[in-house]
Design a protein around this ligand. Structure first.
Ligand SMILES: *[C@@H]1O[C@H](CO)[C@@H](O)[C@H](O)[C@H]1NC(C)=O
Ligand SMILES: *[C@@H]1O[C@H](CO)[C@@H](O)[C@H](O)[C@H]1NC(C)=O
Ligand SMILES: *[C@@H]1O[C@H](CO)[C@@H](O)[C@H](O)[C@H]1NC(C)=O
Ligand SMILES: *[C@@H]1O[C@H](CO)[C@@H](O)[C@H](O)[C@H]1NC(C)=O
Length: 458
C-alpha cells in the first residue's frame, strides 16, 4: 500500500518535472545575466503561498541520503565565504542578493559561507562573547535573502586558518583576555578556556533570533547544516587524538543546543593513522600527518555527514597537470566508498575548484575538473550511493573581481561552466523529484531515469 502510493507519486512528479525541465534546459542555454531578466523569475519563484512555506522543511538524513519532505535532497551548490561582511555594508549589500539570484538561476540550492569573523575588520565577534550587532544583522540578512531564493546554507563556525580570525585569534584572546601563556595555535583544540570561548560562540549563533524573519537560527530550515570548523588541522598532534577529542566534545555540544540541524566537521578528508591502508589515496605523504583522520573523525557521535575538499593544485602541484584529474576521481570514489561501507552517511564535496592563477591553467582544464566532479557524483547517485553533492569554490557575482583569489567563477563570464552547472542541477533535481524514499532505487522509474539521464541535451 505504502509502496504503491510512493510509486504513484513518482509517476506524477515525473510528468510534472519533465515539463518544467524542458523549459528550464531551454532557458539555461541562453545564459544572460542582465538583472532585469530575473524579474519574471522572481515573481514566479519567491514563495508566497502557505503551501510553499509549509514545504520549507529541515533537511534530514536517512542512512546515506539527505531527505526533505520524504524526498531525497541531492546537492548542487557553491561557496561564497564573504556574504556576511558584504551584507554589513550598505554599498555592498546588493551583492549578497545578486549571488543568490545568479546561483538559483542555474539551479543551485545550497551555499556554504562563514558565520564567523573573529577580531578582524567587520568582526562578528569582536572579543570573546562580544558581538557587533550590525554584523549579526548582516548575517540575519544573508539567511533571509537565501530563503527568498530557496537556497539553504551550510554555516561554518570558526576558521582553522588566520583569515577572518580563526584559531589563532582565539589563542590571542586567551593570552590577552585570560592572561594565559599559549604559544601554539593548536591550543585552540585543547585549552579549556578556548574550548569555552568556542562553545559560547556556538551557543550565541545557534540561539540568535533573526531580526528580519524572527526565526531563531536553530529553528530555521534555511540552514542546511552547521560546520564545526573550516578545514581543521592539528599538526601538533599527528596521532589525531587531540582533534578527535575536540570534535567529540563540539559535535555533542552543537547537538545539545540544536538537535534539529545536521552537523558536519569541515574536514578536507585526509586519511590518518587509523587507516594506513587508505594512505594511497592521499594526495601526498604529508596529508596523513596533519592530525586529521577521515574515517575515525566521522565516526564521532553527532556528526551527520562527511565533508571532503578537492584541491590537487594545492596538494599535488600548483602547476596544472593532466594527472590531477585521475586523482580527483579516485579521491572522490575512495571517500564515497568509505561513506557507504564504514560510515553509513552521505558525503558532500564541500569545496572544489582551481585557481586561474596556477601555471598551466586554462578554462578547458577548469571545465574538465567540474565535469569530473559532477560525473563522479552522478555515478554514485544513480546507484543510491553516498555521493550527495558538491559545492563549487567559489561563485562570485559581477563586479567583485577585486576579491578574486583566482578561484572565482562569475557566471556571466563563464558560459561553459554555467551550462555544466545548470545541467548538473537539472539532473540532481530529477533524482530529487522522482524518488521518494519508499519508492527507493528499485522501482520502475529506473528505466525512465536511465533514458533521461543519458540524453545529453537534458
Ligand atoms: C610562557 O611560556 C614560555 C614557554 O612556554 C616561557 O618561556 C615563558 O617564561 C612563559 N611566560 C610567562 C609570563 O609565564
Ligand atoms: C517580528 O516581530 C516583531 C515584534 O513582535 C514584529 O513587529 C514584526 O512584524 C515581526 N516580523 C516578522 C517578519 O514576522
Ligand atoms: C589546457 O590545460 C591542460 C592541462 O594543463 C592541457 O592538457 C591542455 O592541452 C590545455 N588546453 C588548451 C586548449 O590549452
Ligand atoms: C562508475 O562506478 C563504477 C563502479 O563503482 C565504476 O566501475 C565506473 O568506472 C564509474 N564510472 C564513471 C564514469 O565514473
Amino acid at each position: 500500500m505504502e509502496a504503491l502510493k510512493g510509486f504513484k507519486l513518482c509517476v506524477i512528479s515525473l510528468l510534472l518535472f519533465l515539463s518544467s525541465t524542458l523549459t528550464q534546459s531551454l532557458s539555461s542555454t541562453e545564459l544572460a545575466f542582465d538583472d532585469s531578466e530575473y524579474e519574471d523569475w522572481e515573481s514566479n519563484h519567491i514563495p508566497t503561498s502557505e503551501m510553499e512555506e509549509a514545504e520549507w522543511k529541515m533537511v534530514q538524513r536517512k542512512g546515506n541520503q539527505f531527505v526533505v519532505n520524504e524526498q531525497p535532497f541531492y546537492v548542487n551548490g557553491f561557496n561564497t565565504y564573504w556574504l556576511m561582511v558584504f551584507g554589513a555594508d550598505e554599498s555592498t549589500r546588493g551583492k549578497v542578493t545578486q549571488v543568490f539570484k545568479h546561483a538559483s538561476s542555474v539551479g543551485m540550492t545550497v551555499c556554504r559561507t562563514w558565520a564567523f569573523n573573529d577580531g578582524q575588520w567587520r568582526a562578528l565577534q569582536k572579543s570573546p562573547s562580544v558581538y557587533d550587532e550590525d554584523v549579526f544583522k548582516a548575517l540575519d540578512f544573508v539567511i533571509s535573502e537565501a530563503k527568498k531564493y530557496r537556497i539553504r546554507l551550510i554555516l561554518s563556525l570558526v576558521n582553522n586558518w588566520e583569515s577572518y580570525g580563526g584559531k589563532a585569534q582565539y589563542v590571542k584572546w586567551g593570552n590577552a583576555a585570560a592572561g594565559l601563556n599559549l604559544t601554539s595555535d593548536d591550543e585552540f583544540f585543547s585549552h579549556p578556556t578556548l574550548r569555552g570561548y568556542y562553545k559560547d560562540h556556538v551557543k550565541t549563533v545557534l540561539n540568535r533570533v533573526n531580526t528580519f524573519t524572527n526565526v531563531t537560527y536553530k529553528e530555521d530550515p534555511t540552514i542546511f547544516a552547521w560546520e564545526l570548523m573550516n578545514e581543521p588541522r592539528c599538526t601538533s598532534d599527528s596521532s589525531g587524538d587531540k582533534l578527535q577529542e575536540w570534535i567529540k566534545e563540539m559535535a555533542f555540544y552543537v547537538k545539545s543546543v540544536d538537535p534539529k540541524h545536521l552537523v558536519e566537521i569541515g574536514l578536507e578528508g585526509f586519511y590518518g593513522p587509523s587507516t594506513p591502508q587508505r594512505f594511497q589515496f592521499n594526495p601526498n605523504s604529508y596529508a596523513q600527518q596533519v592530525g586529521t583522520d577521515f574515517i575515525r573523525n566521522h565516526q564521532v557521535l553527532g556528526v551527520d555527514f562527511a565533508s571532503v575538499h578537492i584541491y590537487p593544485d594545492s596538494w599535488i602541484s600548483q602547476s596544472i597537470a593532466d594527472t590531477h584529474i585521475p586523482f580527483v576521481k579516485s579521491w572522490m570514489e575512495a571517500h564515497m566508498e568509505d561513506a557507504e561501507k564504514y560510515l553509513g552517511m552521505p558525503v558532500v564535496f564541500g569545496e572544489f575548484g582551481v585557481s586561474a592563477k596556477d601555471p598551466g591553467y586554462n578554462s578547458t582544464y577548469r571545465d574538465t575538473l567540474i565535469n569530473t566532479v559532477y560525473k563522479t557524483i552522478l555515478n554514485s547517485t544513480k546507484k543510491g550511493g553516498s555521493g550527495a553533492g558538491s559545492l563549487l569554490w567559489q561563485l562570485f557575482p559581477d563586479g567583485t573581481d577585486y576579491m578574486d583569489d583566482g578561484y572565482a567563477i562569475v557566471l556571466s563570464k563563464a558560459p561553459s561552466a554555467s551550462s555544466m552547472i545548470s545541467l548538473q542541477s537539472t539532473r540532481l533535481a530529477l533524482f530529487n523529484s522522482l524518488c521518494s524514499e519508499r519508492c527507493h532505487w528499485g522501482c520502475k522509474k529506473k528505466k525512465v531515469l536511465r533514458k533521461v539521464l543519458y540524453h545529453d541535451e537534458l
